[in-house]
Design a protein. Structure first.
Length: 730
């Protein structure tokens, strides 16, 4: 979570009331009004955390007391049994579970855009509209969220942890990167393995191999570990064929895509650029959830002549960013500090962030820049970021400044010409000098009205490539988790000045949403205030003007979704305009669709899809997807969704509107979660074309890349080798 600054203060405040019994400690007791959520994090952090009042000495065998103590040593390493014990120490509370389920049911039932599509077996396996001549890339179970939530009410759980995880995995099973339910209580610890794996195709056969190995002392590799681990084949993991073990894991934990090939990529190591080149470890080796046991067994085959060897490697368990050091000291205070204490802080913070967001940009898709540290991130993007990045050390240099060993340099066949916060610009070398690459790592750009470098420098870099004689251009959007919708639209307009840059969308418009919209669209707002359901913030597709009243919601359309008839808003889009466009005369760009190509590893999510799909689906730019499952088509983009809101933002929006539904809707109004947890959901449906009937999220025909490239030993570490393969195709 990017909420640490506020959470720290909240927890500190709460620590003063640690003596209260958990049963009486309702979230209302944690009063946060003294904390201005807009306070920059530096200030919040500078505040001294008050020490909890001395409580009775903790029992030596209290598992949460053990992890509190273990976390105090530098380079803290926590023990598996204590973490497991602490997570499982909190008893299942039916009263809390019922409130959590009501909150999740109410927000998903009324506001989640894909609640009905998620149930549909045909849509989820892409059988309603497969791409002509190929099968669909989707493989994801149909999920009846409302039915499963109802079932959870009567299920007996061993403890709170089991209940919370069941709910999290239910939301993840939809495989929508914008949808999650996550409980901060069980998000305090990270689990890491020193071996990072990948699955290249060698001699026409895909196999799992070691991509990177941490052989430091902390890694605790056993004595029988082979010396040179890199590129050793991993035949089995915990006794299961390695590829199968990883696929089974990622199908449950990733939720990045409806395409299992993209989920496989998400589990594995990859190299990509984001300010610099780094190794992203993947979800298999960096986990947020408690692994099934304390160690993992790898059966390794290092060289064909060697005997296979099985090594047992412990998980390295460390406190995560949400671990409140020195504030809890036993199971009871852990519950108060990590599980319920920041419930309110969460909503206050997100509410404020969300409001600014809606006000500034009108849309959040992936990550919306709000200035400073306020942002709303797609859950899949956040999970990816939290795994961290392994910096690739620069190769040793000779006295003349040239690298002594070219092979450790990531990019050797291209020269970096320029870079911005979002994008690096490369020109290929040698006979490929007329071919260039823009590596777009995210759409996290500053608001152009206040801070326009990201916008202006984006086309400046392209103009530099053009002026260096680049006739062909590759956009590399590997590991691009989104950003601001406005920036994505902007990129479309830079390249295709004659065409509409926006994406058409609609929003679910149940009777409740319509009632909210009537109030929101008539209210006068002060300052930064605003509502996501104020129709005046949306532009009508029909009239190309902003709505003047709630008719966007109240005079919408009827459509079939997952076999059910539902009400949708009128089609609309987010407002946009940029003072620097169109580029004219000598500033104009000259690449035509046939001169361009897009390459990703399938993880081009959210706002990234608004660029990639526009280039391909509308303009016919060829797409390449790298990695995935051999002999199976691979998506070049994922979770286009619409825009993302969280439960707290919706609740505070309704609170600010003083919204009180009548009749049977009264019991269905979204409410805050009673614990420190967060539900995030897709609120709008975007479409590939203004006249499409299936939202892009489920329009399976468009997902497969034109070309599927297998990952190989060299290009996995040197993306410019993939650029060369594409350059040959022009
Ligand atoms: C939908 O719009 C696209 C682009 O404007 C057009 O090419 C296509 O023919 C339209 N399809 C239908 C069914 O009208």
């Amino acid at each position: 979570m990017k909420l640490t600054s506020i959470l720290t203060v909240a927890a500190a405040l709460c620590a003063l009331t640690v003596n209260a019994a958990p049963e009486t400690h309702s979230t209302k007791d944690i009063h946060l009004s003294s904390t201005d959520p807009s306070t920059p994090s530096v200030n919040a952090k500078a505040k001294v955390k008050p020490k909890p009042k001395p409580t009775k000495p903790s029992k030596a065998n209290d598992p949460c007391a053990i992890i509190a103590k273990q976390a105090k040593s530098p380079g803290a390493s926590l023990s598996y049994s204590a973490v497991k014990g602490c997570y499982e120490a909190h008893k299942f509370r039916k009263d809390i579970a019922d409130k959590v389920l009501t909150s999740v049911e109410n927000v998903l039932g009324n506001f989640y855009a894909f609640v009905d599509q998620a149930r549909d077996p045909y849509l989820n396996n892409g059988r309603d509209s497969p791409k002509p001549g190929s099968s669909s890339v989707f493989k994801t179970p149909p999920v009846d969220l409302m039915k499963e939530l109802a079932k959870m009410r009567t299920t007996k759980y061993k403890n709170d942890y089991e209940f919370q995880m069941a709910l999290t995995f239910l939301t993840l099973s939809v495989n929508d990167g914008h949808l999650t339910y996550r409980d901060s209580c069980y998000d305090t610890v990270s689990f890491g393995q020193p071996l990072i794996l990948y699955a290249p195709v060698v001699n026409n056969k895909q196999s799992v191999r070691v991509f990177y190995a941490d052989t430091s002392k902390e890694a605790k590799l056993p004595a029988n570990t082979p010396k040179d681990l890199v590129d050793c084949a991993v035949t089995d993991i915990d006794g299961v064929p390695a590829l199968e073990a990883i696929q089974t894991f990622t199908d449950k934990y990733s939720a990045l895509s409806k395409d299992p090939g993209v989920r496989l990529n998400d589990a594995l190591g990859s190299v990509s650029w984001n300010e610099n080149w780094g190794i992203y470890p993947g979800g298999f080796a960096r986990r947020w959830a408690l692994p099934a046991k304390a160690t993992m067994d790898y059966t390794l085959q290092c060289g064909a002549s060697k005997k296979p060897v099985t090594i047992t490697v412990p998980w390295r368990i460390t406190p995560s960013d949400s671990f409140e050091h020195s504030i809890f000291d036993d199971t009871k205070s852990y519950w108060e500090v990590q599980c319920i204490a920041n419930a309110n802080a969460h909503s206050v913070f997100n509410n404020k962030a969300q409001r600014n967001n809606i006000n500034n940009k009108g849309a959040v898709n992936g990550v919306a820049a709000l200035g400073g540290d306020k942002e709303e991130v797609a859950p899949a993007t956040e999970a990816f970021r939290r795994r961290g990045k392994i910096e690739i050390a620069a190769p040793p240099r000779r006295s003349n400044g040239k690298p002594a060993d070219d092979s450790s340099e990531v990019i050797t066949r291209a020269k970096q010409v320029f870079s911005t916060g979002t994008t690096a610009y490369y020109q290929l070398t040698g006979s490929n000098k007329d071919k260039c690459v823009a590596v777009i790592s995210n759409e996290y750009a500053g608001d152009f009205r206040f801070q326009n470098e990201d916008y202006v420098n984006f086309f400046k870099g392209l103009q530099m490539l053009r002026d260096r004689g680049c006739k062909k251009l590759i956009l590399d959007m590997t590991n691009n988790g989104g950003g601001s919708v406005d920036f994505a639209y902007f990129v479309n307009k830079v390249f295709f000045p004659e065409e509409d840059a926006f994406f058409v969308q609609d929003l679910p418009s149940s009777t409740m949403v319509q009632e909210v919209a009537k109030i929101a669209s008539a209210k006068k707002y002060k300052g930064d205030d605003g509502s996501a359901f104020d129709a005046r913030r949306y532009v009508s597709l029909a009239t190309k003007r902003s709505f003047k009243d709630a008719t966007m919601f109240t005079k919408g359309t009827i459509a079939k979704r997952g076999g059910k008839t539902v009400s949708l808003s009128q089609r609309n889009y987010h407002e946009h305009s940029w003072p620097f466009l169109p580029l004219k005369g000598k500033n104009a760009l000259t690449w035509k669709p046939k001169d361009m190509a897009i390459v990703t590893n399938g993880y081009c999510g959210s706002a990234c899809t608004m660029i990639a799909t526009r280039f391909n689906i509308v303009h016919g730019v060829k797409t390449y997807a790298v990695g995935g499952i051999q002999h199976r088509d691979l998506s070049y983009f994922t979770f286009p969704g619409g825009f993302v809101l969280n439960n707290a933002a919706i609740v505070s929006d309704l609170d600010a509107l003083k919204f009180k539904p009548r009749g049977k809707d009264a019991a269905r109004r979204p409410v805050n979660l009673p614990i420190a947890a967060d539900t995030r959901l897709t609120v709008g449906e975007i479409y590939a074309f203004a006249n499409s009937t299936v939202p892009l999220e489920y329009d399976a025909q468009y997902f497969a890349a034109t070309v599927h490239l297998d990952q190989d030993l060299v290009s996995a570490r040197h993306p410019d080798q993939t650029w060369l393969k594409i350059a040959k195709d022009f």
